[in-house]
Design a protein. Structure first.
Length: 438
């Protein structure tokens, strides 16, 4: 199989050249290019052509990717059809049997999904195979990369303007197979907002590896941004094609971003059309509490994962629980303890919910200013945030790292926590209006 990478777009919606935009110290286009190059060395791809209008990309290929043929597109303003034609022209005389078309602005497309698409092509008799992502109650949505048999080369070369391979696919849907991969891997970075969402997922997938798994019941405890964290985790789960239930064993503000199910019939109905559904019963002051009409077993059967806010903190950034807190369900296998970094340097009365319990745990007076060592003790103590976690997998989130100074202090706390035996510690800023950053 051969391949063409299309890297000649004008990035009009992005505001600057998105292909050259640095992502983790590497330009966006490099992710797909390096993946194709690796597959060529593994002999899963034969001839590779990369079409671009940009000197930086063409020069990089010439200098660092032997075996990949750089082709200049001198007329990018005439649309993607020119790039398709230029890419195929070097393959049509190379005994090519099939060609994979990839775009250079999908840095999240993984090696696993690449191999899955190749295996799908080889194990079916379709003339066209496309990567696709699941949509709630709407089947699969086709995206790039796409593999075309050589019998479609002439039609691809006959395209004009900004018409790409989808125009050919629409004529031959009966000869097209769709290979499902996680939705976020197929997202094009057409805008800065799309880039921000991509970076958020990238951070969370690294810090919380369980996001790649199904079947977890995760309880979130502590203080300093539990609801925002739960919302972000839910979005990351949904982006990987998983159905998510968010709920509480105490009280949370009634979510406005997704539907709320108060009984099992509503829950199953909403999950047919939505990735994320909140479960609970209405409570005073616009809050949501646990529903008497549904059990945790119902949640686990209905969705791929369950996220539970299992503690209350009255908007304080830090908390030491009383005897009846937190309320972690027995079905939970992961506990995330949260602390807001805006508690640092603040007196207990201002920073810590249940200040009397904090004074008792830390052995200090009410006017004591919270230090890094105090946060460490609270997060690791069986009388503090870790209360009730038992032998469950325990993650710690140091939240609200909103500037470099606070992030530096959080990193100091992280080092102390790891030294004391913590295994998973993330320093992030997770606020609804700001997204997520590290």
């Amino acid at each position: 199989m051969d391949a063409v990478m299309l890297a000649a777009g004008n990035s009009s919606r992005f505001g600057e050249n998105k292909l050259l935009y640095p992502l983790d110290h590497k330009p966006v286009y490099r992710y797909m290019l390096e993946l194709l190059y690796k597959k060529q060395k593994e002999h899963k791809l034969r001839h590779i052509t990369a079409v671009s209008q940009y000197d930086e990309i063409l020069k990089d290929i010439e200098e660092h990717f032997p075996g990949i043929v750089p082709v200049r597109n001198p007329e990018p303003e005439k649309g993607i059809s020119v790039s398709v034609r230029l890419g195929l022209s070097s393959l049509m005389h190379a005994d090519s049997q099939a060609c994979l078309f990839a775009v250079a602005d999908q840095p999240g497309f993984s090696e696993t999904s690449f191999d899955r698409l190749i295996n799908f092509w080889q194990s079916h008799d379709y003339g066209i195979a496309a990567a696709a992502s699941a949509q709630p109650d709407a089947g699969l949505k086709m995206k790039n990369p796409v593999i075309f048999s050589k019998k479609y080369y002439q039609q691809l070369c006959s395209l004009t303007g900004d018409a790409g391979g989808k125009q050919v696919i629409r004529r031959y849907m009966e000869d097209t197979g769709l290979c499902e991969v996680p939705p976020f891997e197929l997202e094009d970075l057409d805008t800065k907002d799309a880039l921000a969402r991509f970076c958020r997922r990238r951070v969370f997938m690294r810090e919380f590896p369980f996001l790649k798994e199904k079947g977890h019941v995760t309880a979130i405890v502590g203080a300093g941004g539990k609801t925002a964290l739960m919302d972000t985790l839910a979005s990351c789960y949904a982006d990987t094609g998983n159905k998510v239930i968010v709920t509480t064993t105490t009280h949370i503000l009634r979510p406005s971003r997704y539907p709320v199910a108060e009984n099992l019939e509503q829950l199953n109905s909403y999950l047919k059309n939505h990735w994320i559904v909140a479960a609970g019963a209405d409570a005073p002051h616009g809050k949501l509490c646990i529903s008497e009409h549904m059990l945790m077993a119902d949640y686990r059967k209905a969705a791929d994962t369950v996220l539970i806010e299992a503690d209350g903190a009255k908007h304080f950034p830090c908390k030491v629980p009383i005897e009846t807190e937190p309320v972690i369900p027995k079905e939970s296998d992961i506990v995330i303890g949260v602390a807001g970094m805006d508690a640092l340097g603040q007196p207990l009365a201002k920073a810590c919910f249940r200040k009397e319990k904090a004074m008792e745990l830390l052995g200090v007076k009410e006017g004591h200013l919270l230090t890094e060592a105090d946060i460490v003790k609270i997060l690791l103590s069986e009388q503090g945030t870790r209360k009730g976690a038992g032998d469950r997998e325990y993650y710690i989130v140091l939240n609200k790292c909103d500037n470099e100074k606070i992030l530096d202090r959080a990193q100091c706390i992280r080092r102390l926590l790891l030294r004391e035996g913590a295994e998973h510690v993330a320093c992030i800023s997770c606020l609804p209006e700001r997204g997520v950053k590290v």
